[in-house]
Design a protein around this ligand. Structure first.
Ligand SMILES: *Cc1c(COP(=O)(O)O)cnc(C)c1O
Length: 366
């Protein structure tokens, strides 16, 4: 018996990066020896200011939080220079993405996205009975001409990810503007989850110019708070107000609000994290150039990159398993990203020692 709507007949779920403990038990390796390079987490851990603020907020757990997370909206407004009412805050950016699809595309409505892309765009669209329109990338980078051409008058939501996931590639401000201007009747969602690692301020300033643009960011990456669940969107009020109506009312708890407010002041943590990622990214580019069975997809400005398996006698799943046995967790493109076949793996940039573990393990594969 199927009581759920037809879009949920064979539901597909997100494939997360593997946890350290699982790999440790299955392969008999000490957890501290495992290089966890599959979930784009912060190698320096959580923002210390956020940890202190979360601890101090524990005595407020009996109180309902502000349903709009008002203290966090005010802090975001002071930090990024818009009005508090122009922000929507969610339990991770993921929740904001789900709310956008629900609020801006009707059942059967078209939701455009690159292929491959962050899987939650199409997973949520399909779970809500909306229709993903996937536009192929070229060498894993957004094909702006093809993307603009695919936007039609009945497209409701258009996703852009910059830096892109899974490749980390970058689009220019001119190209971002072209896409926003090509879709005046749609909401363009610019997902800047990894913007810190690009060492640019990103394109948040475009919100002041375009009434059909929302920019999304997360506290899960550079702030190191993936386990706390905080993300936000900024746009004009006619975009934000419907989102407030569809979001689960008290979606942000006291700890998330307190942690988010404090993290926004933790520029030391951000600076340290970005410095490590940028250093290790340059390092792994040069080290991978020495291997001839693998190639890095060039141009990543994120804290991860794609490896292409050049050796025709193996595939991404065999490489994934071989790396796990050697204590290195990455993501197998074949199961993690729609539109990737069996030639790619997504690998995080982390500490240099973990980059060495990765290269040694790749070189050791049969
Ligand atoms: C990690 C990530 C997010 C953020 O997810 P959260 O729900 O905030 O943890 C958003 N978009 C992309 C492309 C990501 O990779």
């Amino acid at each position: 018996m199927q009581l759920a709507h037809p879009g949920l007949k064979d539901p597909e779920y997100y494939v997360a990066g593997l946890p350290r403990d699982w790999v440790s038990q299955r392969y008999g390796l000490p957890p501290e020896q495992i290089a966890k390079l599959g979930s784009a987490e912060n190698p320096h851990g959580p923002s210390p200011l956020a940890v202190a603020a979360v601890t101090a907020a524990l005595d407020r757990l009996h109180l309902y939080p502000s349903w709009t997370a008002e203290p966090l909206r005010e802090k975001l407004a002071a930090t990024y220079g818009y009005q508090p009412e122009q922000f929507i805050v969610g339990a991770g950016e993921t929740e904001v993405i789900a709310c956008i699809i629900r609020a801006f595309a009707e059942v059967g409505g078209k939701v455009a996205m690159p292929r491959p892309c962050f899987p939650l765009y199409h997973l949520f669209a399909e779970a809500e009975g909306r229709r993903p329109i996937m536009v192929d990338t070229v060498d894993m980078a957004l094909d702006v001409d093809a993307y603009v051409a695919a936007i039609t008058a009945d497209t409701r939501v258009v996703f852009i990810t910059n830096p892109h996931s899974p490749s980390g590639t970058w689009i220019s401000e001119a190209d971002a503007r072209r896409i926003v201007e090509a879709a005046p009747q749609a909401l363009v969602v610019l997902d800047e989850a990894y913007v810190h690692y690009s060492q640019t301020p990103g394109y948040l300033h475009l919100v002041a110019e375009y009434p059909n643009l929302i920019v999304l960011r997360t506290f899960s990456k550079a702030f190191g708070l993936a386990g706390l669940r905080i993300g936000f969107g900024v746009a004009d009020r006619p975009i934000i107000d419907p989102l407030l109506a569809v979001k689960p009312t008290w979606n942000m708890g006291q700890l998330q609000i307190a942690g988010g407010v404090a993290a926004l002041d933790d520029s030391d943590h951000i600076d340290r994290t970005v410095a490590t990622i940028v250093d290790s990214r340059d390092y792994i580019i040069s080290r991978l150039a020495d291997l001839d069975r693998f190639r890095m997809i060039p141009g990543s400005r994120a804290n991860f990159f794609l490896i292409e398996v050049l050796d025709p006698d193996t595939d991404s799943t065999a490489v994934f398993e071989g790396l796990l046995e050697r204590g290195v967790i990455v993501k197998d493109g074949a199961v993690s990203f729609r539109g990737l076949a069996d030639r790619h793996l997504r690998v995080d940039v982390g500490h240099r020692a973990h980059m060495d573990r990765l290269v040694d393990a790749l070189a050791d594969l049969p």
